[in-house]
Design a protein around this ligand. Structure first.
Ligand code: NAD
Length: 260
């Protein structure tokens, strides 16, 4: 998994799966651009990486803002001169609510961060990878919208996560000729900060009252996964070991999505 001389960009690198991925890629030798909208968190991730002898660059930007994303891509290339790995991870759960009370601005916010943000991340970085002869993109999607539809009121969120997998498959064909691979990871429940970006209203009006089989996450007896569980799969997809893998969603859920 040697990533010496490689350069990676990780969005949402200030916490959770993004932070773990950035640290994991840096530990294998990659220089890492840490993109996010909370500078203090990004600086903490950078300190962790540099304290282990790695190289990191803090890129403060909102993934849904075109000008900020263009500027971040330019700063990254000015500093590191190339780009090989892009982890499009930044995302929010947003508002989960019955469709008749989910407000247009709440819908727009989830689409803006999760879907427009993924588009802008790729739109601003693919030209750099094309110019350098290839690369690997990993989109962090979810079991929601792909393997499960049971989170009450998560319509906007699920729509963005399904769309990310559709983008992965569509772009695998488009970008193959440029030697750019693109894959998705679809985590189940992972212990991160995402609950801070979640607002659930009236779940009783949207939840379907089913009796689930005994248990929750088969591999861990119900315990959520850790960010590192996802980061290790992202490392594999970023590496030469996944050289013939593209257009694939990989579930990282301990079997959760098969059960419920
Ligand atoms: P998290 O909240 O710890 O991390 C998300 C990061 O994205 C944060 O650092 C946040 O600051 C950043 N971010 C949010 N909005 C942004 C914006 N507009 N611009 C720039 N950065 C922004 O949560 P996480 O669980 O690590 O989430 C990472 C990804 O994993 C998300 O796409 C999420 O949908 C996906 N995911 C998480 C879980 C889970 O259970 N935690 C499950 C499935 C999928």
């Amino acid at each position: 998994m040697d990533l010496q001389s490689r350069v990676a960009l990780v969005t949402g690198a200030g916490s959770g799966i993004g932070r773990a991925s950035a640290i994991t890629l840096a530990a294998q030798g990659a220089k890492v651009g840490l993109l996010g909208h909370t500078r203090k968190d990004l600086e903490d991730t950078a300190t962790e990486i540099t304290s282990q002898g790695g190289q990191a660059l803090v890129l403060e930007a909102d993934v849904s803002d075109e000008a900020q994303m263009r500027s971040a891509a330019k700063r990254l290339i000015d500093a590191f001169d190339r780009l090989d790995i892009v982890v499009a991870n930044a995302g929010i759960n947003g508002v989960w609510a019955p469709i008749d009370t989910l407000q247009p601005d709440e819908w727009d916010q989830t689409i803006a961060v999760n879907l427009r943000g993924t588009y802008l991340t790729l739109h601003t970085t693919v030209p750099i990878m094309k110019a350098h002869g290839g690369g690997s993109i990993i989109i962090v999607s979810s079991i929601n919208g792909n393997r499960t539809f049971s989170s009450p009121g998560a319509t906007a969120y699920s729509a963005t996560k399904a769309a990310q997998v559709a983008m992965t498959k569509q772009l695998a064909l488009e970008l193959g000729r440029h030697k750019i691979r693109i894959n998705a990871v679809c985590p189940g429940k992972i212990d991160t900060e995402i609950d801070d970006n979640t607002s659930i209203r009236n779940p009783g009006r949207t939840a379907v009252p089913v009796e689930w089989p005994e248990g929750d996450i088969p591999l861990t007896e119900g315990k959520p996964g850790a960010s590192m569980d996802v980061a290790d799969v992202i490392l594999f997809l970023a590496s030469h070991r996944a050289r013939h893998v593209t257009g694939v969603p990989i579930y990282v859920d301990g079997g959760q999505g098969l059960l419920r």
